[in-house]
Design a protein around this ligand. Structure first.
Ligand SMILES: [Zn+2]
Ligand SMILES: [Zn+2]
Length: 239
């Protein structure tokens, strides 16, 4: 199985301040690995200091739409707040193709409150620019996965299978991923495998995620990395 040669919509660069490669290094790496589409998704700036400065995101239009055969999407990874809202102040939404919405410890403390987390995921899906729900499998944010995946179906969102979640071989995360994939299959919700790379070598790396996909016998049709027709429906800019 070829783990590359597809689509990676979740990558970070030094702009996010806790990653180690530049945007152009990530682009070069994606070309080297034969990816078709690379998404640039820096973290939204937060008061802890993680994330790209406003100008780093608002100037994203200088990044070309394509380099060689690689198509490039302009995205961002936004922080879900505990009330399910997103801070949209100084967010240049008109320059962005998509947003990933995720829960992060520095703005949303880890907890065991299933009702709170479920409500936050459901509410954040009302934002039209949120196209992908990021790393829902992580420790500290349990939710009613059944309700969240059903809501993703209703609101037309994509669920991410995040390879970085799996790099440290955490059985709890794997079990959650199996459950989330099972629900996505039941509800017919598209899934995208993303690397969440913080260094160029991880761009397009889905090795651990693909083991889960294969073990779960998840249909490739529902994987946007492979179903490019469905991918284009979500991102018409890809042409
Ligand atoms: Zn994240
Ligand atoms: Zn990320």
């Amino acid at each position: 199985m070829n783990f590359y040669n597809t689509v990676d919509l979740h990558t970070h660069s030094v702009l996010s301040k806790h990653a180690y490669s530049s945007v152009t290094e990530n682009i070069d790496e994606a070309i080297k690995k034969g990816l078709m589409v690379l998404g640039i998704s820096e973290h939204q700036y937060d008061e802890v200091g993680v994330g790209a400065h406003y100008f780093g995101i608002s100037n994203i239009s200088v990044i070309p739409r394509a380099v060689n055969n690689l198509k490039i999407l302009r995205g961002v990874e936004l922080n879900i707040l505990p009330d399910g809202l997103i801070d949209t102040e100084r967010l240049p939404l008109n320059k962005l193709d998509y947003a990933i919405a995720s829960m992060h410890r520095y703005v949303y403390p880890a907890n065991n409150n299933v009702a709170l987390n479920t409500q936050a995921y459901i509410k954040v899906m009302d934002y039209p620019f949120v196209r992908i729900i990021g790393h829902m499998d992580r420790d500290g944010y349990p939710c009613d996965y059944n309700r969240v995946v059903a809501c993703a179906k209703e609101k037309g969102k994509i669920i991410e299978l995040n390879n970085s979640s799996l790099i440290h071989d955490n059985d709890r995360i794997k079990m959650r991923d199996f459950l989330i994939l099972k629900l996505c299959r039941e509800y017919n919700v598209p899934v995208i495998i993303n690397s969440d790379a913080h260094i160029r070598y991880d761009v397009g790396n889905y090795r651990q995620a693909f083991e889960i996909v294969e073990a779960a016998e998840f249909p490739l049709d529902l994987l946007l990395n492979y179903n490019h027709r469905a991918l284009r429906e979500y991102f018409p800019i890809l042409g």
